[in-house]
Design a protein around this ligand. Structure first.
Ligand SMILES: Cc1cc2nc3c(=O)[nH]c(=O)nc-3n(C[C@H](O)[C@H](O)[C@H](O)COP(=O)(O)O)c2cc1C
Length: 255
């Protein structure tokens, strides 16, 4: 093991850096315009509006929180069946949706300084309601923007992007969480990166809990091929890049 790198990694996990940052030199302190909490996409993309928040009730099985927590586990064996549009809507509502009524752009997941640095992409393998392809969730609209409708070998590309994790391809939808670090750096300078990774953990946990309450299976994936994953969801790898992925599918059998 590389002791030096281990020590550097441990330092990164600690919160000493907060005391070292020059807080008068952050972009926020210098009056630089606050970055938007949603990526501005090129005009002309096809947008699909998800089921309105008010109509989501019946996709959740009204399990109490204790049962959801008890039953949540990682599941990797899926039938390959599609998810319903309501299920997809509920998963995105839980992991990245705005709390209603929208106040101060708060969402269902906590985020350091409410900077909300994570964009959620849905790799939809199959659906009755929207073409298979890669989508970006638009939280303010509760909608999906179609990034790519290239369905050729989509399941295989999702598997390759996760270094051969088959469940990323047999899932109904595989989600990719991509960080836009500047949103958090604007306020927290180089202490941002530690909390960005905490933020994404919260999002993925809500995804797990929502999937569990719908009787679906989820598998978080921190192991992925950085370049293939970024390429699959169409991000540049610098200002925005994948930090976590999660498959969600119809459970095939008990593991
Ligand atoms: C940060 C993180 C990264 C993970 N990465 C992977 C992964 O790349 N592939 C995978 O199959 N499971 C992955 N998992 C799932 C864990 O293996 C799983 O949570 C663990 O075995 C405990 O099982 P449980 O979730 O059923 O309680 C990950 C979980 C977490 C929290």
């Amino acid at each position: 093991m590389d002791k030096e790198k281990i020590l550097a990694g441990r330092e990164f996990m600690k919160d000493y850096a907060r005391a070292k940052v020059d807080w008068e030199q952050t972009d926020q302190a210098k009056g630089v315009e606050v970055p938007p909490t949603e990526v501005r996409m090129p005009k002309g993309l096809t947008r699909y509006f998800l089921e309105p928040f008010e109509e989501l009730g019946d996709v959740f099985e009204n399990m109490d929180i204790r049962r959801v927590i008890e039953e949540r586990r990682t599941r990797r064996k899926y039938t390959g069946d599609k998810l319903s549009f309501g299920q997809l809507s509920g998963l995105l509502w839980a992991s990245a949706g705005y709390r209603q009524p929208v106040k101060k752009k708060l969402r269902h997941v906590p985020s350091a300084g409410n900077r909300q640095p994570i964009e959620v992409y849905a790799i939809v393998m199959d659906s009755d309601d929207i073409p298979p392809g890669v989508y970006r969730y638009v939280p303010s609209q509760h909608a999906l923007d179609l990034i790519s409708d290239n369905a050729d070998g989509l399941r295989d590309r999702a598997i390759a992007a996760t270094r051969g994790q088959v469940w990323a391809g047999t899932a109904g939808v595989t989600f990719a969480f991509a960080a836009v670090p500047y949103r958090t750096e604007w306020r927290y300078d180089y202490t941002a990166h530690r909390v960005i990774l905490m933020d994404v953990g919260h999002m993925c946990q809500n995804l797990y809990l929502a999937a569990t309450s719908m009787g679906l299976g989820a598998c978080a994936m921190a192991a992925y091929d950085q370049d293939l994953a970024d390429h699959l969801i169409g991000v540049d790898g610098e200002e925005q890049f994948t930090v976590y992925m999660c498959s969600v599918g119809v459970i095939a059998e008990e593991e």
